[in-house]
Design a protein around this ligand. Structure first.
Ligand code: SAM
Length: 271
């Protein structure tokens, strides 16, 4: 079946960019099934409350675990539609047998990396075992009992808490968009030229990409590096490799600690 990701949020409109560009095209061509749901559909009171004040005191509000569990359960079983703005005409009824990977954005999660995006894309792309749901928190986050409770559910394959970095966003929606930007382009058939994925920063190893140039070859007295105009593919490849490694050493030296394919030839090009 088609790789599927559901996003649950109190601001479905925040996910409107999923209709645009590469992701929008992937959706309309049926390469990925993305659905956005309003958490408030699963609140049971007249005010559609999803939060309450924190036990123990302190500022802000905390999202209720019961409302979140109902939302995840509904997503897992598809029994309640709640889908908004997906416009793909896919029937919402019936279960499809795939277990959920529940992705929870939080500053306390594991950092989102290319390796993680690739792992998830491989799993979702295989199609039949799992699909994913992103649970977008707001306020001071979600009651801490939700994650352990979800881990015990048989319809949940696993729960992954992930972080975009060491800063605090107002909500998980931007994190959901960032994750989908990273994952959808790796799904089978989404990029016209799969080579562009292979050559990018972090693709098989943790090095940064070399600098790129286009026309005009001379712009405001600035020349493109002559090797790129030489037509010598070997020389271009060696120059790019050296640039990648030099940039990584200069900008992100800590990445090199993770690099195991770095051989003597590569190091010589840096000298
Ligand atoms: N009180 C929480 C803390 O200090 O960890 C921050 C809550 S934040 C204001 C609200 C929501 O934004 C979080 O529940 C999470 O969904 C999202 N969020 C904030 N920063 C994030 C980050 N760096 N990575 C991923 N999600 C983040």
């Amino acid at each position: 079946s088609v790789p599927r990701v559901d996003v649950v949020t109190i601001f479905p409109d925040y996910l409107a960019p999923l209709d645009l560009s590469l992701i929008g095209k992937a959706r309309t061509s049926g390469l990925v099934d993305l659905r956005v749901h309003d958490l408030r559909e699963h609140a049971h009171d007249r005010h559609r409350t999803v939060d309450d004040s924190p036990f123990g005191g302190g500022a802000g509000m905390v999202m209720r675990p019961d409302v979140w569990e109902r939302a995840i359960e509904a997503t897992a079983s598809h029994r309640r539609s709640g889908a908004e703005g997906d416009g793909d005409g896919v029937d919402e009824g019936g279960t499809d047998g795939r277990a959920l990977v529940v992705l929870v954005p939080t500053p306390s999660g594991r950092p989102l990396t290319q390796a993680f995006a690739q792992e998830l894309a491989d799993e979702l792309g295989a199609g039949d075992r799992v699909r994913a749901v992103v649970a977008c928190g707001r306020y001071e986050g979600i009651d801490a009992r939700l994650v352990p409770a979800l881990r015990e559910r048989s319809d949940v394959d696993r729960v992954v808490e992930f972080s975009l970095g060491d800063f605090v966003l107002n909500g998980g929606e931007v994190a959901a968009l960032a994750l989908l930007e990273a994952v959808v382009r790796l799904l089978p058939g989404v990029l016209g030229n799969p080579e562009s994925v292979v050559e990018e920063s972090f693709s098989h190893e943790a090095v940064l990409e070399y600098p790129v140039f286009t026309r005009p070859a001379r712009w405001e007295d600035r020349e493109v590096p002559p090797v790129l105009l030489s037509g010598d593919h070997g020389a271009v490849a060696r120059w790019r490799r050296a640039q990648s490694l030099t940039r990584t050493v200069q900008r992100r030296p800590e990445l090199l600690a993770r690099l195991d394919g770095l051989d003597a030839v590569d190091l010589a090009t840096l000298a």
